[in-house]
Ligand binder design. Structure first.
Ligand SMILES: CC(C)(COP(=O)(O)OP(=O)(O)OC[C@H]1O[C@@H](n2cnc3c(N)ncnc32)[C@H](O)[C@@H]1OP(=O)(O)O)[C@@H](O)C(=O)NCCC(=O)NCCS
Length: 165
């Protein structure tokens, strides 16, 4: 069954109270990622992912988002970059391919953009998608790995490739 991506933007609503109209009955492991009012953001952009009309994932995008200059060997992305600030699959829907399909659907919806994300302890997930990792070599605890969507999208479990640029 296909996924529907529904955008939620704040527009002229009160920035001190507006929250995206997610289905707050659905359980997530990281509830605190979603229940904080983004009063500090100029133009918060959320995406609600529905499968058969039921919410299965949430995304927060940052357009275009920032590349941390301390990461090594990062290609120049320019203004076509688009950051997946946060992505979470509903707790009941983990590990059945929803996260993979969500990122693929987002890639299809934004063919002219180069998506990237800082992994929140999900390096294996991004690597499994074929996204390339970049690291911050600085002192101190390792930072979040930066993953960038490849310019040629690898197809899972197949030798063939599909261009999406
Ligand atoms: C990470 C997350 C989005 C993955 O979604 P999902 O629907 O469970 O993932 P999929 O079923 O599509 O898994 C695809 C592959 O990634 C792997 N994977 C999934 N979550 C992973 C994680 N947290 N760390 C490492 N690998 C992971 C799976 O094992 C699977 O690999 P396999 O095919 O070799 O078995 C989901 O687990 C989630 O919402 N986690 C909590 C929030 C989070 O960590 N978000 C990431 C923010 S950067």
């Amino acid at each position: 069954m296909g996924l529907d991506l529904v955008d939620h933007r704040r527009g002229p609503a009160d920035k001190y109270s507006w929250m995206p109209p997610f289905d707050w009955e659905i359980a997530y492991t990281n509830e605190r990622w979603w229940d904080e009012v983004r009063y500090y953001a100029d133009d918060p952009w959320f995406v609600q992912v529905l499968e058969d009309g039921v919410e299965v994932a949430r995304i927060e995008l940052d357009d275009p988002g920032g590349i941390n200059p301390t990461y090594l060997n990062v290609p120049e992305l320019g203004t076509d970059r688009l950051e997946i600030q946060l992505i979470e699959v509903a707790a009941a829907s983990h590990n059945r391919g929803v996260g993979t399909r969500v990122v693929q659907a987002l890639s299809r919806r934004h063919p002219g953009r180069r998506l990237f994300a800082y992994s929140e302890q999900a390096d294996g997930f991004w690597a499994r998608l074929g996204w390339e990792p970049f690291y911050d070599p600085g002192p101190g605890p390792a930072g979040h790995t930066l993953f960038i969507q490849p310019t040629v999208a690898p197809t899972l479990d197949s030798g063939s490739h599909v261009r999406h640029e």
